[in-house]
Design a protein around this ligand. Sequence first.
Ligand code: ADP
Ligand code: MG
Length: 630
Amino acid sequence: MSADQKETLGFQTEVKQLLHLMIHSLYSNREIFLRELISNAADACDKLRYRALDDDSLFEGDSELRVEIEFDAEARTVTVRDNGIGMSREDVIANLGTIARSGTAEFLKQLSGEQQKDAKLIGQFGVGFYSAFIVADEVTVRTRLAGSERSAGTQWVSRGEGEFTIEPIELERHGTEIKLALKSDAAEFADEYRLRTLVRKYSDHIDLPVQMPKVEEQEGEDGEKRSVVSWETVNEAQALWTRPKSELSDDDYKAFYKHIAHDFTDPLSWSHNKVEGKLEYTSLLYVPARAPFDLYQREGVRGLKLYVQRVFIMDDAEQFLPLYLRFVKGVIDTRDLSLNVSREILQQDPQVEKLKSALTKRVLDMLKKLAKEPERYQEFWSQFGSVLKEGPAEDYANREKIAELLRFSTTHTDSAVQDQSLADYVGRMKEGQQKIYYLVADSFNAARHSPHLEIFRKKGIEVLLLSDRVDEWLMSHLSEFDGKALVDVAKGDLDLGDVEDEEEKKAQEESAKAKQALVERLKEQLGERVAQVRVTHRLTDSPACVVLDEHDMGFQMRRLMEAAGQPVPESKPILEINPDHPLIARLEGLEGEAFGRLGEVLLDQAIIAEGGQLDDPAAYVKRLNALLVG
Ligand code: ADP
Ligand code: MG
């Protein structure tokens, strides 16, 4: 079909799902459609202003960028019009017929019926334009790309029911006009006072005049009264971050956050700074209250809105913050970059590095401040903690600051809630304890019940319980805190430092000597399956456990490397036996096949208790059954 005819096209399946979800979940919050439409108009004006830096003919003689809002109470319509960049026919099909963000489709599929009713979730998509259908039966978009022929206009019409029509039209003005035919129960929006209030509420902070017609009675020269219509700017029209902090209320900051972050929930915290000197910039950085669904997807949206001398340059400028702070939203406006920067230039510009390190510091300071309110910090941690844990590996210079912000589960609370800091731990260290102990396992429960904790529990020494995917990676980049070494209790020889007294140590050495012959026999039996066999004092209830050599890679790292297709060095466990356990005493008295059977089972069980996999599980079952039959 040629481009000069009217066509009917279908929405992408996800759009239909999204529309359905939105209309049902946002019913009590319908007014946000206006914020979304104004926000799009503002983006379109930003884009035109930026393109026109190179070619001001794109303004087509009308460089006063603005948004106009009109209504007709009788006809029950509201119209939002901008003179921004506009759209070509292809743009319209791509932007208003599909959802561009990858991952959205899968996310939608995962939502359960209950979740679909949750209005908060909907904020995660940046659904913007489609919110028009919350209040409208029918939406008509007329648009023309700035700089194109008058005849290159496009009209798009849809009732939001799976289809839209698209046809070419003549348009005098460039930019976009969106006309909403309101549903009968949404007539309240075709009202002067209501619209003006909403405009003030949602767009005072954007740097663009939003205008509404003002009708005045004027007396002409002939003495006749007539009504004259003029456009009146309704909003403040000043970019929020350029205004002094003292003029801004919490509500102003929250409204601006919703505008830039496409989020419906208030942010947890923000930091607004103006810096003059070697670097000149204004930044307004926010910590959201909820993680977006694509936080862990490589292609997820991240980064700040970049402005240079108040001119919008780009969205999602990811060069200004490290990856482990990718949840931060906000604006950076600087004089230190030129107006014609591109993503490529940003990657090389040394100023960008400086700005990045300054902004990183700002965010870490903001989090430190937030941490003084434990309850709110816990909200942050539960959403973004495992992202922040990537920090010490990525940002060596700030690793101490980041370490202060980390929160863990520990044997002190024995709770899966990660709310204990390293400083809390250090404050509780026992006299003579020189190290910070931690244990990594597959899950919180596996960690909590690990045999490695037996001696620590007995002596009342606290151990951090780590079970997040990134924990081993984190710990491999965090060797000490506050001058104290961080030690994995499942690796290397156990050294409790001065917590053990001389007598205990002596008794241990003696029992180790007494079991020397058993150790040798076991080593011979187990052969290639183990690197070493030795006597341990870390166990009180279990007969045996496996540990890794100090420099061996733990299981989490192995899995990460394997998943990344990297070669993983072979490593064998060290089997440690508990000299005081009755099974060990029994083993000592056995010979031949019976000795071999029990010896192997002890190793098998120790591996299983660690959450490890047996090479030959069937052999284990056979041995165990033989033992059970006796
Ligand atoms: P978002 O604003 O998050 O990109 P929206 O659903 O609000 O998502 O808008 C989808 C896309 O439609 C925009 O990215 C933009 O390309 C286009 N669009 C919407 N409104 C306008 C407008 N007034 N002028 C030009 N393009 C627009
Ligand atoms: Mg939008």
